[in-house]
Design a protein around this ligand. Structure first.
Ligand SMILES: *Cc1c(COP(=O)(O)O)cnc(C)c1O
Length: 365
C-alpha cells in the first residue's frame, strides 16, 4: 500500500521530501557512519544539527535577538505547569478559555495561584473566539494566556487579545509555522511540534529573554526551569535529538518553498476549497463561526451519527485517513497542516461531493 492522505490532528502528516531524506540518512548521517539516533548529543555533528535548526527557525519566524529558542520535552501539556511555575510571580494570571487545551492549561496553573478566566466561548461549544478587545485584565496578573489555534474545535484567534500591557503567552501547537507571526507581541510562544512541524517528543518555546530568570516558584524542579535550559542552550540533559533533527529538516523544507508567507498562501488556498464546499453542501456543515475559522483544523458534521460513521469508514477505504472528529466533539475533522498537499484536500472534497450525491436521497438530515 502506498501513502494515504493523513488528516490526523497529531501526530500528523510530515513532508514526504523530509521523510525520504531522513530515510536516506538513516544508517549514515553525513559521513559520520551512524544514525542521528545513535550519536552523542555532545558531538560536533549533533551540535551543528541543533544550532542550524535554531538558526533556521529564527530566520523563518524573524525571531528578534532578545528572544531565546528552547527545544524541550514533556509535550505541550508540560508547559501548562512550567508556565505558572516560571512566570506567576504574583501568583495571579488571566486565561482566555477557547477550548480543551486552554481549559487544561488554566486548571493546571490553578495549582500554583489564582486564575482568572477572563473570557470563554464555552457557552456555544467553543465554536467561536470571544471578543478580546476590551477585557477586564487583572491588575496583578503576571500574564495573559491564550491557545491561539484550537485544534479540537477548529477556531483561531485572527486578532490577538488586548492585554493592556500584560505579557501574552500563546500555545501555538496546531498553527506553528502555518503563517507569519509578529514574535515581539508575545512574551512567550510555544508548541508541541507533532502537529505541524515534526515527530512527537519535542516542544519549542520562544521566550523573551528578560522573562527568563531564577525567580521561579519555590520547589520548581530543575528540569522545569526555563533558565536552566536557556543557559545550557537546550543541552542541559539529553534533548530529543532525532526529533530536533527532523524539525530542522522541516524548517529547511519551508524555507525552500518560500517561507511563512508562502505557507500562509498555500494554507489559505487549501482551506478555502474545503470551506467553500461546506458552505454550499446540504449534507455537511462546518461547526465554527466563519470569521474564526482555523486554516489548520476543520471540523464538520452531517448531523446524523450513523452517516458520520459511514463517511469516516468509506473515506478510509478511499485512502483518506483519520477524519474522525475528536472524541469529545464527534463528527469529522480534517487537519490540513503545512505538509498536507493541495491534492489531498482536493481528493477529500471530491469524495465528500460523491458521498453526498450517493447518500442524500437515503437519509433525512
Ligand atoms: C495537541 C495539543 C496540546 C497537547 O500536546 P501534548 O504534546 O500531547 O501535550 C496542547 N495544545 C494544543 C493547542 C494542542 O493542539
Amino acid at each position: 500500500m502506498g501513502r494515504v492522505y493523513n488528516f490526523s490532528a497529531g501526530p500528523a502528516v510530515l513532508p514526504e521530501e523530509v521523510l525520504k531524506e531522513a530515510a536516506k540518512e538513516m544508517l549514515d548521517y553525513n559521513g559520520t557512519g551512524m544514525s542521528v539516533m545513535e550519536m552523542s548529543h555532545r558531538s560536533k555533528a549533533f551540535e551543528k544539527i541543533l544550532t542550524s535548526a535554531e538558526q533556521n527557525l529564527r530566520d523563518l519566524m524573524h525571531i528578534p535577538d532578545n528572544y531565546k529558542v528552547l527545544f524541550l520535552q514533556g509535550g505541550a501539556s508540560q508547559q501548562f505547569a512550567m508556565i505558572p511555575m516560571n512566570f506567576m510571580k504574583k501568583k495571579e494570571a488571566d486565561y482566555i478559555i477557547t477550548g480543551q487545551w486552554a481549559k487544561k492549561a488554566a486548571d493546571e496553573a490553578e495549582k500554583y495561584g489564582t486564575i482568572h478566566r477572563i473570557a470563554s466561548s464555552q457557552d456555544q461549544q467553543f465554536s467561536y473566539i470571544p471578543d478580546c478587545s476590551n477585557l477586564s485584565i487583572s491588575k496583578d496578573a503576571d500574564y495573559v494566556y491564550i491557545c491561539e489555534n484550537n485544534t479540537i474545535y477548529g477556531t483561531k484567534f485572527k486578532k490577538l487579545p488586548n492585554t493592556k500591557g500584560k505579557i501574552l503567552i500563546s500555545d501555538v501547537s496546531s498553527c506553528f509555522l502555518s503563517e507569519p507571526m509578529d514574535v515581539k507581541k508575545y512574551g512567550m510562544i510555544y508548541g508541541g511540534v507533532q502537529k505541524n512541524i515534526g515527530p512527537a517528543g519535542v516542544v519549542i518555546a520562544i521566550i523573551r529573554e528578560d522573562l527568563i530568570t531564577d525567580d521561579v516558584l519555590p520547589g520548581t524542579p530543575t528540569m522545569l526551569t526555563y533558565k536552566v535550559h536557556a543557559d545550557a542552550h537546550s543541552l542541559y540533559n539529553t534533548p530529543p535529538a532525532y526529533g530536533i533533527y527532523i524539525c530542522g529538516k522541516v524548517f529547511q523544507w519551508i524555507q525552500s518553498l518560500g517561507g511563512l508567507d508562502e505557507m500562509k498562501k498555500r494554507n489559505e488556498r487549501k482551506a478555502k476549497i474545503l470551506y467553500d464546499f461546506l458552505d454550499q453542501s446540504v449534507m455537511f456543515q462546518g461547526t465554527v463561526r466563519k470569521e474564526d475559522r482555523s486554516l489548520m483544523n476543520i471540523p464538520f458534521v452531517t448531523g446524523n451519527k450513523e452517516l458520520d460513521a459511514k463517511f469516516i469508514k468509506e473515506a478510509k477505504e478511499s485512502g483518506l485517513e483519520n477524519l474522525k472528529g475528536h472524541r469529545i466533539v464527534g463528527g469529522m475533522r480534517a487537519s490540513i497542516y503545512n505538509a498536507m498537499p493541495y491534492e489531498g484536500v482536493q481528493s477529500l472534497v471530491a469524495f465528500m461531493e460523491k458521498f453526498e450525491k450517493e447518500n442524500l436521497k437515503d437519509v433525512s438530515i
